[in-house]
Design a binder for this molecule. Structure first.
Ligand code: PXL
Length: 284
């Protein structure tokens, strides 16, 4: 018996708006995974609110890392997300180097819908690619994938050959698995994935919902990690993550709440315990 898998989650905590740690902790806990939060910043509300107060915790991260090393802890996964300063890139690199056996997941949180978040300087965006390069898995949305590749945000719908090329180019920077979310394709919104070792490409297609909620990427990547740590294949974990994210988004849309309030996932959490096999994915 090994007990629950343990994930160090290097993300901010935002008081309102359901994103980052307020999504990651309940989602992974519901999937039977222990989350050890390493907060990068405390915000009164996520940056989508426009007005927020923020305490940067850059100095705290190396101190927490030293403590965990002294304790001799072992993590199954290190998962980084929203970062508050360029020094935090170095601190994440130290975290990854200190636990070489852990699965390294980088959600290169930088922006959405073609725009970067207000606290993200161009230097922070540039340095995010250093972090992506040491990851085993990266999960950019389309905006973040474009930033990492130095491409303009693509307008309109995309096709399979473009997305295969983006996935391969991102994996050539280092990560063995690349998953890109929020891709307008196939008359809906797709999630596309690539496993470099197997040279396999995967795709999930969801209905387009005409609103983009904060925290959707945090939810997707958390369910993906929970699935992979529980033994899912990549397409099954992608399927689990996109199905859960899509159904919680549809619930939220039905209530007409404001996008800044995030995804109403609480009534759905129990579903993450289910172990049904999934097969909605197709080859890309
Ligand atoms: O969900 C990404 C995210 C995380 N943390 C903060 C954010 C955002 C997106 O807006 O503002 C503080």
């Amino acid at each position: 018996m090994t007990g629950p898998k343990k994930v160090a989650a290097i993300h901010d905590i935002s008081g309102v708006g359901r994103c980052s740690l307020t999504v990651i902790i309940p989602v992974l806990s519901a999937m039977g995974v222990q989350v050890c939060p390493v907060p990068t910043a405390v915000l009164s509300a996520h940056t989508g609110y426009g007005e927020f107060v923020m305490r940067d915790l850059t100095d705290y991260i190396p101190q927490a890392l030293d403590h965990y090393k002294r304790l001799g802890l072992k993590f199954d996964c290190i998962y980084s997300g929203f970062l508050a300063s360029t020094q935090q890139i170095d601190h994440c690199l130290d975290f990854f180097a200190s636990f070489p056996a852990a699965l390294k997941v980088v959600d290169p949180v930088m922006g959405d819908n073609g725009k970067s978040y207000p606290t993200y300087t161009s230097e922070l965006c540039t340095r995010m690619s250093e972090l992506a390069a040491v990851a085993d898995i990266i999960t950019p949305n389309l905006t973040e994938a474009a930033i990492l590749l130095g491409e303009k945000f693509p307008e309109g719908t995309l096709d399979a050959s473009t997305m295969r090329s983006w996935l391969v180019r991102l994996s050539q920077k280092g990560p063995g698995i690349v998953v890109i979310t929020s891709v307008p394709m196939n008359g809906g919104i797709c999630t596309v994935g690539y496993d470099k070792k197997r040279n396999s490409f995967w795709k999930l297609t969801d209905e387009y919902v005409p609103i983009s909620y904060s925290g959707s990427g945090d939810m997707f990547t958390s369910v993906l990690i929970g699935g992979l740590l529980g033994g899912d294949s990549l397409p099954i974990a992608m399927n689990r993550a996109s199905s859960f994210t899509q159904s919680t988004i549809k619930t939220t849309y039905s209530y007409g709440t404001h996008w800044t309030d995030g995804i109403m996932f609480e009534p759905h959490l129990h579903r993450l315990r289910s172990d049904r096999e999934l097969s909605d994915y197709t080859a890309l």
